[in-house]
Design a protein around this ligand. Structure first.
Ligand code: GLC
Length: 564
């Protein structure tokens, strides 16, 4: 008999997501750019790794000015990545392996080369004019932007277009004009685009900067703020409080409309995860209200970017877990994300220390929530410093005038990576010169990161102590252990002696304890519960568990099954 509603957790709450940046995963044509057939050739690897869902950064038609985040046709595939039939085969092959597939939807803006925008900018009375956000400049001559709004990457978000003597709005870069969702035709078209892919079997969407879709209609100026750098927790940056341009209340209602499009589909249920930088309170609002024990009526998940720059210590994570449990208790679910295609890779923030990376991934895969793993994280790929002047990333190019010592200072602070190319280098498959991403004679679109001779899938597969094998073992244990993928979470009391973190996951009768030593010093725990059984350890050491005493070596993490 089913005794708790938790038994019915939907698949997307118990899955683990693996993000692929298509340009960098596997090149099957040896032109130096990854592609869909290349990805298909590596699906067995992903199945064996044990991830449940694959999210692809966009591979729709695009001039690639922002490598796919500037779409020029949402219903076709960029020729450098493959064809529509490659894409259909990709979806099919993923499903054949009992995995799910998530596409990246850039709803906020299109490319300025999208036929809609070309039409829109062509004249004031074009039927597509109102598909984008056009306004007159400030009086008297209209040669100043309509108001003070800044884009999220800095500088005014308004761009003058001579052809019609008006300004268009772009939250991101000038070649990414914002669509106007106050126009119902736009909304309809984009909802139909989602249905187009759902009908092809896509299981969910990652929603690009979904908190910037609506702005204040009356164009009120944003207030001044004494903050320069953007943050995960607030909407202030570049000396502006983005009150009227980011997390506008109309976005919350929009999240619910998107949810109802997803709810038209079942078997399997489809899901949405929003890319939103905001406080936990605001993030929760995007997930809507609770409608029953396992459902809300907004986005299914939002990224919680609070973990990106979390300090590597037990107290920081204890606080983070406790805040996540406070805000995202069932039917809400936290997410755990440490790296992605916009951020410095986590291991680079941990001094490229594999032992720390093991503790980090143990936390990611055992705390309550949906983990998002970034390609190459599982072998310990690090950020590769590429000078701004050689950047392909358009955000880096915008700042390429910055003197190198300032870039070094910012990068060293650990939280800011000005050149997103640094975390997008080719996947490291083997120890051969292009790391097996493309042939040795090809030139990969970005250089391969340092250390690929040993940090690669081939070398790590045969080493039982490798980071890759740690990921595999944890993913397997998580899949097989209901307490780990569906259980509730209890933090165990902090210890006065030692920088370790411990918590329990509980599912019906099953109790599992997680112990993570964040310190370079060993730690002892004298009483951990009845008949403990060692389920996993980052270090193969027979002295770890002695009756009910636990001995944690420096940076050791263990998972223990407890008899109730
Ligand atoms: C998101 C994406 C980023 C992209 C931007 C504009 O932040 O993650 O890569 O450049 O949106 O679409």
């Amino acid at each position: 008999m089913v005794t708790s509603s938790i038994k019915f957790l939907p698949w997307w709450k118990t899955t683990t997501v693996y993000q692929i940046y298509p340009r960098s995963f596997k090149d099957s044509t040896n032109n130096g750019i990854g592609d869909i057939p290349g990805i298909i050739s590596k699906l067995d690897y992903l199945q064996d790794l044990g991830v449940g869902t694959i999210w692809f950064s966009p591979f729709f038609s695009s001039p690639q000015a922002d490598h796919g985040y500037d779409v020029s046709d949402y219903r076709s595939i960029a020729s450098e990545y493959g064809t529509m039939s490659d894409c259909e085969r990709l979806i099919q092959e993923i499903h054949n392996r009992d995995m799910y597939v998530v596409f990246d939807m850039v709803l906020n803006h299109t490319s300025n080369q999208h036929p809609w925008f070309l039409q829109s900018r062509s004249s004031m009375d074009n039927p597509k004019r109102n598909w984008y956000i056009w306004r007159d400049g400030q009086k008297p001559r209209g040669k100043k932007p309509p108001n003070n709004w800044k884009s999220i990457v800095g500088g005014s978000g308004w761009h003058y277009d001579e052809q019609t003597d008006q300004w268009y709005w772009a939250q991101f870069l000038p070649f990414q004009p914002d669509l106007n969702y106050r126009n119902t035709e736009v909304k309809q078209e984009m909802f139909d685009t989602l249905r187009f892919w759902l009908d092809k079997g896509v299981d969910g969407f990652r929603l690009d900067i979904i908190n910037t879709v609506f702005e204040d209609e009356s164009l009120q100026n944003n207030p001044f703020a004494l903050t320069f750098f953007p943050s995960e927790e607030h909407d202030k940056s570049f000396f502006q409080n983005k009150l009227y341009t980011v997390n506008h209340p109309d976005n919350f209602a929009f999240a619910k409309e998107l949810r109802s499009v997803m709810d038209e589909y079942s078997d399997p249920e489809r899901f949405l995860v929003g890319e939103i930088a905001a406080s936990l309170e605001t993030l929760k609002r995007y997930c809507g209200e609770k409608i029953d024990d396992i459902k809300t009526n907004g986005l299914h998940l939002t990224f919680l970017f609070q973990s990106l720059n979390a300090r590597f210590d037990a107290n920081t994570f204890r606080n983070l877990i406790s805040r996540y449990e406070q805000y995202f208790i069932e039917p809400y679910s936290p997410t755990w994300v440490f790296s992605n295609h916009d951020q410095m890779r986590r291991i680079s923030k941990l001094g490229n220390d594999v032992n720390k990376a093991k503790i980090n991934v143990m936390l990611q895969l055992t705390a309550r929530g949906v983990p998002f793993i970034y390609y190459g994280e599982e072998v310990g790929m690090s950020n590769h410093r590429i000078p701004l002047r050689n950047a392909q990333d358009p955000v880096a190019l915008k700042y390429s005038w910055l003197p190198q010592f300032i870039v070094n200072l910012l990068t060293r602070s650990g939280s800011i990576s000005l050149n997103r190319d640094d975390c997008r280098t080719p996947m490291q498959w083997t120890s051969s010169p292009n790391a097996g991403f493309c042939s040795d004679k090809s030139i990969s679109w970005l250089p391969v990161s340092l250390g690929y001779e040993t940090i690669n899938v081939d070398s790590e597969e045969s080493n039982p102590d490798s980071l890759l094998n740690c990921y595999k073992a944890l993913l397997k244990l998580r899949k097989e252990t209901p307490a780990l993928h569906s259980g509730s979470l209890n933090l165990l009391p902090p210890s006065l002696f030692g920088n370790f973190l411990s918590y329990q996951r509980i599912y019906d009768e099953q109790v599992v304890q997680i112990w993570l030593n964040f310190s370079k010093k060993p730690s002892y725990v004298s009483e951990i519960g009845k008949n403990p059984k060692l389920l996993f350890s980052t270090i193969s050491d027979t002295d770890t568990l002695n009756e009910s005493k636990l001995h944690l070596a420096p940076y050791q993490g263990v998972i223990i099954g407890i008899c109730p």
